[in-house]
Design a protein around this ligand. Structure first.
Ligand SMILES: Nc1ncnc2c1ncn2[C@@H]1O[C@H](COP(=O)(O)OP(=O)(O)OP(=O)(O)O)[C@@H](O)[C@H]1O
Ligand SMILES: [Mg+2]
Length: 430
């Protein structure tokens, strides 16, 4: 019997690599839809896993859909997956086109475009920050004067990711600059014109994300993750830890809100990552939803803390088979993101952890001599590592100790030398 083929939309990055491996070891032929430029960066290991590839241009989704569908039919593809935030809507359309399990294509923009997200959440009664779509200076002034927004407020792009271009603004003074920052943060595909931005009421509280898998519109929550972010005007993720055990009443309220958000964004088959803020009163506000497995090694955390084979589970959901989602371990895991203290040229980096007992994942992606940035978006990370163990406090201490051992030396760019290129690659960390 020939097993159905598995198609990954963009196979770059560790998460896609884990998925490709899981599919290949189960005997599936693994295919990738990729751009020519991205394929050039695929390493030998990944290339070796792939049975084939279709080269396309994701910036033209209509054409990409047609080209990939033709390829998928020809190669007996029975499952389509992506871990790329920018491709979740294309994945939904492709699944519908091929008749394989996937999300509702008509609703799929809600998980990509934060203006649509705010609209569908409001219509479905999901608690979400009051949001104004701003086109120009007059719109910005009107939004800032709107008592439903107030200060502090948050100014952000519509559809970037990785915290790029998101600023918490404490008063009218910083708003124009924050708006420019949001406009400059382009997503995976740059389009012409001055993009609109969002001005949002600020939700105060503690940040979590909920990692869920939905099959036939029934959702299992795999874990609640504590999300660590900088307290600066630019909110940049510094790490994640899981599982968090919320008080039962709070957890129930959070899950209710998340499930309403999932329904509103048409998530029927597949992983999701929902970011929430829980206020002191225990009320949950949904900040955003992603129709994909969380980035930032959260899949690795779930695997090692809870013993759930997330990659196999994702594959089963995409194939329409029952997935094994029950935890088989009661551990704890955390990831730390390593960032540069300043912008410039990375001259040395030492003390970076290596994988071993209690450190299942360590990935340094910055090369010596390369240009590094102050942390302004997830794409500025130099690397990341995961620490696991049975005791939450001990795991956090060990991770912090590892982080302190890392020595980073950066030479500032001097006047007249080529400075750091503007960051046009605001992508989720993968
Ligand atoms: N309305 C809000 N109230 C309070 N904090 C917010 C709000 N919106 C965004 N933030 C903060 O800014 C961070 C990034 O915002 P958001 O998640 O919308 O952007 P993103 O680019 O999708 O980020 P990422 O991909 O890192 O999740 C949030 O995790 C949160 O810390
Ligand atoms: Mg976010």
């Amino acid at each position: 019997m020939t097993l159905p083929g598995v198609l990954l939309l963009d196979a770059a990055g560790p998460e896609a690599g884990f998925l490709a491996t899981a599919a290949a070891v189960r005997g599936h032929q693994v295919h990738a839809a990729t751009t020519a430029a991205a394929y050039a960066g695929y390493g030998p290991e990944l290339r070796g896993l792939l049975a084939g590839r279709v080269v396309t241009d994701f910036a033209r989704p209509g054409r990409a859909l047609d080209e990939i569908a033709v390829y998928a039919r020809r190669h007996g593809v029975g499952a389509v997956l992506t871990v790329n935030e920018y491709l979740t809507s294309l994945a939904a359309h492709l699944c519908a086109e091929l008749g394989v399990p996937g999300n509702d294509p008509a609703a799929s923009r809600a998980a990509r475009d934060k203006a649509v997200m705010a609209e569908v959440f409001a219509a479905a009664g999901v608690r979400t920050p009051y949001t104004v779509l701003v086109q120009d200076g007059a719109g910005l002034r009107a939004a800032l004067a709107d008592p439903r927004v107030g200060f502090p407020c948050v100014i952000k792009p519509l559809s970037a990711a990785g915290s790029a271009g998101v600023t918490v603004v404490s008063g009218p003074g910083g708003a124009v600059e924050a708006a420019d920052t949001a406009r400059a943060a382009v997503g995976m595909h740059k389009s012409g014109g001055d993009p609109p931005i969002l001005v949002q009421a600020y939700a105060a509280g503690t940040e979590y994300s909920i990692e869920s898998l939905t099959q036939d519109s029934t959702t299992t929550h795999l874990a609640v993750t504590r999300k660590w972010v900088t307290g600066d005007p630019k909110r940049v993720e510094t790490g994640h830890s899981l599982p968090v055990r919320l008080p039962p009443a709070v957890e129930a309220a959070v899950y209710r809100e998340v499930e309403a958000a999932l329904r509103a964004s048409g998530i029927r088959h597949g992983a999701s990552h929902t970011e929430v803020i829980v206020g002191e009163d225990g009320r949950c506000t949904v900040i955003e939803i992603g129709a994909r497995l969380a980035a930032g090694q959260i899949g690795v955390l779930i695997q090692h803390a809870l013993g759930i084979d997330v990659w196999a589970a994702l594959l089963d959901v995409a194939l329409g088979r029952p997935a094994a989602l029950a935890p088989t371990a009661r551990g704890y895991a955390t990831v730390r993101f390593v960032t540069s203290p300043r912008a410039g040229r990375l001259t040395s980096l030492s003390g970076f952890p290596t994988t071993g007992p209690g450190v299942p994942f360590a990935r340094l992606r910055a090369a010596i001599g390369s240009t590094v940035h102050e942390p302004g978006a997830n794409g500025h990370r130099l690397g990341s590592f995961v620490v696991t163990g049975l005791d939450a406090a001990e795991v956090e201490e060990r991770a912090d100790a590892q982080l302190r051992r890392i020595r980073i030396e950066v030479e500032p760019h001097h006047h007249g030398e080529p400075g750091p290129a503007p960051d046009r690659s605001a992508r989720t960390d993968r």
